[in-house]
Write a protein that binds this ligand. Sequence first.
Ligand code: HGY
Ligand code: MN
Ligand code: MN
Ligand code: MN
Length: 414
Amino acid sequence: MSSDNSIRSERLLRRLRELGDIGREADGRLVRLAASDTEKLGRDRVASWIRDAGLEVAVDRIGNMFGIWRPVGYELVDDAPIMIGSHIDTVINAGIYDGCYGVLGGLEVIETLKEEGFMPARPIVVAAFTNEEGVRYAPDMMGSLVYAGGLDVDAALATVGNDGTVLGDELSRIGYAGPQEPGFLRPRAYVELHIEQGPVLEREGIPIGAVENLQGISWQRITIEGDANHAGTTPISMRRDAGLAAARVITFLRDQARNSNSPMVATVGCIAFEPNAINVIPSKATFTVDLRDPDENRLQTEEAALAAFLVEIASDEQVSVTTERLARFQPVTFDKGIVTLVEQAAAARDLRSRRITSGAGHDAQMIARIAPSAMIFVPSIAGISHNPREVTPDADLVSGANVLLDVVRKLASE
Ligand code: HGY
Ligand code: MN
Ligand code: MN
Ligand code: MN
């Protein structure tokens, strides 16, 4: 029973570790990709915890899963709920906190409020959005993007993954292609609890981040085609080397980011050569580019600079270059009122906080399209994330969930 107006930390921490063990491969890597068999196991476990908490489980057509606390007499549609949540799909070889902390922290907050006898003025809902990571199916934040009306649900369900599967088929196969239309709950406010995944809070010794904005994201897949030829007999001057051209693009991006006076970042996370043989000059290089900047105009300038460089490379290396846009999200500014609530809740618990920009994309950036939204960050040790060494001290995890508890209690009281 939680009587001291705080969450039940042992329950939250136990569930985080339990969920963190679902989706481990034989070599120990955590891989729970969207709509996969391992994600199904994770969904099933979270759904069982939601049911055990006495909440109603709802699933929409894109597989977004919700735990609904609807006190007697409340109609969901009219009494726009307070929504909290995040995602439980992971990247490859992931940590256990990214996304899961927000879903389980949100569930913990609802359970604590129920146990303390709190009577909300409106329903409270915890959400686990589908395919936040975008590793198997692009774009990322797909479930919340569809929920917010930014992507047609049938188009999203028809997405073909990098493994050749179709998202809609996979959601049906794992039993999470739900009946509800995405957006069936119109939240009055959305608050997402998440690890920072960056170095700022830990470096400054601050336990709570009141996230005020989130940077823009540009994802592209670039295909460069040259000519296969013999690695030993072909003079450098006669090559149409797709691999070399790709390498020049990668160093171009690094130099752009390093020499820029903006906080822009650029990442080439996936690359494949064809025919991929040690003694054959690559005829084809396919790779992804992830560009981010908190400022929309700068992000457009950085995208234009890359496009211009690709034209230059095509002529210089005598190769052909094609690009395919995979995702494009503008920077988002969160609701100042909720950001202030986060700061006040932290202060009331004698927790230092600071305003912070999110470098990572989050479901909150999509839900902000349909409801006042904000995020609460807790520190990531050494700023490491999307890596099994991702870790946040238990005390910080508990502090963040307690701040969410206080913010939700306030938002749900009116
Ligand atoms: O890409 C991102 O920033 C998020 O982790 N999906
Ligand atoms: Mn995340
Ligand atoms: Mn992530
Ligand atoms: Mn995210």
